[in-house]
Write a protein of this length. Structure first.
Length: 374
């Protein structure tokens, strides 16, 4: 028999990842069934005097009584919850690498991913943004607008508004690289349009849901997925439909880590409004708890949930990692040199990937030897 998994989110803003009041996106999932979910919801509503006859996570976390109710839900479903948590600004930085850098390096992209170059660029951009580095906000805003509209006319002056005398060297290199490689970016934008992928290109829903389902698939032979009817899922479910009845389990070892990439769905994803699905209400409360923790709350509930989420909130999560840009580390030093080399080649109109594996090997050895570790 297929295991029911219920899903809902907190912080959905679609393609607007720079929304000032919704800085985190949390997608929650819980393994249960309609009968159990109904019993739990009705019990919580009755004992905590919750109005409206429905659990609404965003309302529950506003008051101590509601947080107590959520805490009970978390305890009840211990071991049956998985979350995906993403910092939207960092996610946008990752998207920038994916659509500005990756198309230019696609011939040997695995080489760059293997050394963590994508993480270096994304984390550097994120640091610039949160530190309000001169021009960083403009780069993010222009990139988001470009991806929303896919207006090729904007490529002619891409990131021009970010030019500032106080730009950091990193920001200058990233901006000028993008400007020099505008033709490659243009081809990528056209490919997105031709494939019909553009409407929700920056949204995080599909990625989070897919990753969660893949990880649940390592525990259950078949899954019935029940989701809140988010707009991206209403628009296109083709990536999930191909998993209906798929019984093989496939893993990817990309980027040095092993991840499941298949799962077995019992049928198309069921889209149910929370008003008629108690399981979705449970997922909604769990997602709200995750978002509440990341807002910086320090009450007793937030403190307890923070330690729990550390163990259940890593499935496809997109969170910055400052170790990737610690210039004392060989990895960060190498990627800083790589960026300078790519920037130099782009400005000179040279081939970006020719001899690059050998170049990476040489600079890795030089940096290591310089540090006294032959």
């Amino acid at each position: 028999m297929a295991q029911h998994i219920y899903f809902d989110e907190s912080g959905f803003t679609g393609n607007n990842l720079l929304h000032p009041d919704q800085k985190y996106f949390v997608y929650a999932s819980v393994a249960s069934d309609d009968h159990e979910a109904k019993e739990v919801v009705e019990s919580v509503i009755r004992r905590y005097g919750i109005q409206g006859g429905e659990l609404k996570g965003r309302n529950l976390i506003r008051f101590n009584r509601g947080r107590r109710a959520v805490d009970e839900i978390i305890s009840h479903f211990e071991g049956r919850v998985k979350l995906s948590v993403s910092d939207k600004k960092y996610a946008l930085a990752c998207k920038l690498f994916e659509y500005i850098f990756e198309p230019c390096l696609s011939e040997i992209n695995s080489v760059f991913y293997r050394v963590g170059f994508h993480k270096f660029i994304a984390n550097m951009l994120y640091i610039e943004f949160v530190a309000r580095g001169a021009g960083a906000e403009d780069i993010f805003a222009e990139f988001e607008e470009l991806m929303r509209t896919r207006d090729e006319a904007k490529l002619g002056s891409i990131f021009a508004s970010s030019v500032h005398p106080e730009n950091s060297p990193i920001l200058v290199q990233i901006r000028e690289f993008a400007q020099c490689m505008a033709d490659d970016v243009r081809k990528e934008l056209r490919a997105i349009g031709d494939a019909g992928l553009g409407k929700w290109i920056l949204d995080l829903t599909d990625t989070a849901l897919f990753t969660l389902l893949a990880n649940w698939g390592t525990e259950y032979d078949q899954i019935t997925a029940v989701c809140d009817p988010a707009k991206p899922l209403q628009h296109d479910q083709s990536a999930f439909d191909v998993m209906i009845g798929r019984e093989d389990r496939v893993f990817s070892d990309a980027f040095g880590e092993r991840h499941p990439i298949t799962f077995n769905l019992s049928g198309p994803i069921q889209l149910r409004d929370s008003k008629i699905s108690h399981g979705v209400q449970i997922a909604d409360a769990l997602a709200a708890a995750g978002a509440y923790v990341f807002t910086g709350a320090t009450d007793a509930h937030a403190t307890r949930w923070r330690s729990i989420i550390a163990g259940i909130g890593h499935y496809g999560s997109i969170i910055p990692d400052m170790d990737e840009v610690d210039i004392r580390d060989v990895r960060a030093q190498r990627n800083a040199v790589l960026l300078m080399e790519l920037h130099s080649r782009a400005k000179a109109g040279k081939n970006l990937v020719e001899g690059m594996p050998e170049y990476i090997h040489i600079i890795s050895r030089m940096i290591t030897e310089r540090r006294g570790h032959p």
